[in-house]
Design a binder for this molecule. Structure first.
Ligand code: SF4
Ligand code: SF4
Length: 276
């Protein structure tokens, strides 16, 4: 039985037993290589489920839809390891109760996918630990390596040129599972912290603020740069920040549901003089 058929069966079991009220998965998209989210509420609807190598979007952001988990019922969700790391971050930041999340885990490459064993985020901790262990030697993006070889002036010019194309549509924010605030500070106009119009300086400000906001929280799922209509390579800046945070603090985002956020925690015995 293919992995897709195995999981259709599991989804039907979960829904008919009442273990979950809904399963969030994938269905066929508008073109052969695209998938879109599927919200399965009845065992019959499981027939529409598609699970293959084109299922790449991190669906975890749907779990923090206002009110979805407030009735304390559980929801099933298809996730790759990056999505499972997102669940740990959302739990650590008190955005959801991980006991209400039933994970239908899978992983793979652009040819095939395989099932991951387990249903709670903690069941996958060995997989996540192994990803962290291999993170420093993981294949680097050649474009990131090129950017790292640039002088600070060249690098600044590179990002300024990239960000100058930003149209402030905020699709990157909407697609990111870690951007769950109901009202983002950039939408506030009294006072207005970040200019909403699209111009070179304001665009740089918005994108740099967002990169800092994601440092130590980004799981590298790529939802943001796939959503960007002007193809700004957002994942590169977030990957760079993740590498810096790993090197400086040995912090790999989404290791566990109790992991402290790297920019919101400190050690009392830190020898740095800035801690009083
Ligand atoms: S910043 Fe982009 S890559 Fe990182 S978690 Fe958000 S959507 Fe995923
Ligand atoms: S998705 Fe792209 S264009 Fe839209 S706000 Fe984000 S960086 Fe700018």
């Amino acid at each position: 039985m293919s992995i897709q058929e195995q999981y259709k069966k599991r989804v039907r079991e979960l829904l008919s037993s009442g273990a979950v009220k809904m399963v969030i998965g994938y269905q066929a998209g508008t073109t052969a290589d695209r998938r879109r989210p599927l919200f399965i509420r009845t065992p019959e609807e499981a027939e529409k489920l598609v699970l293959d190598s084109a299922c790449i979007a991190n669906l975890s952001g749907y779990l923090v839809t206002e009110g979805l988990l407030s009735d304390e019922k559980s929801v099933g969700i298809f996730l790759r390891p990056d999505g499972i790391r997102s669940i740990n971050i959302l739990a650590a930041e008190a955005q959801l109760n991980p006991e209400q999340v039933v994970i239908l885990g899978f992983d793979g490459n652009d040819k095939e996918v395989t099932a991951l064993q387990g249903e709670k985020a903690r069941d996958f901790s060995a997989i996540i630990a192994s990803i962290k262990e291999h993170a420093p030697e993981a294949p680097r993006n050649p474009q990131l390596e090129q950017i790292e070889k640039m002088s600070p002036k060249e690098r600044f010019a590179f990002w300024q040129a990239e960000f100058s194309r930003c149209i402030k549509c905020y699709a990157c924010r909407q697609a990111c599972p870690m951007c769950y605030c109901r009202r983002c500070i950039v939408d506030s106009n009294q006072p207005q912290w970040v200019n909403t119009s699209s111009h070179t300086l304001g665009n740089l400000e918005w994108n740099v603020v967002r990169a800092f906001h994601l440092s130590g929280r980004c799981v590298g799922c790529g939802n943001c740069d796939r959503a960007c209509p002007v193809n700004i390579p957002l994942r590169l800046i977030n990957a760079k920040m993740a590498g810096e945070v790993l090197g400086a603090f040995d912090h790999f985002a989404g290791m566990s549901e109790t992991q402290e956020p790297v920019l919101a925690s400190f050690k009392k015995d830190d020898s740095e003089t800035f801690i009083l």
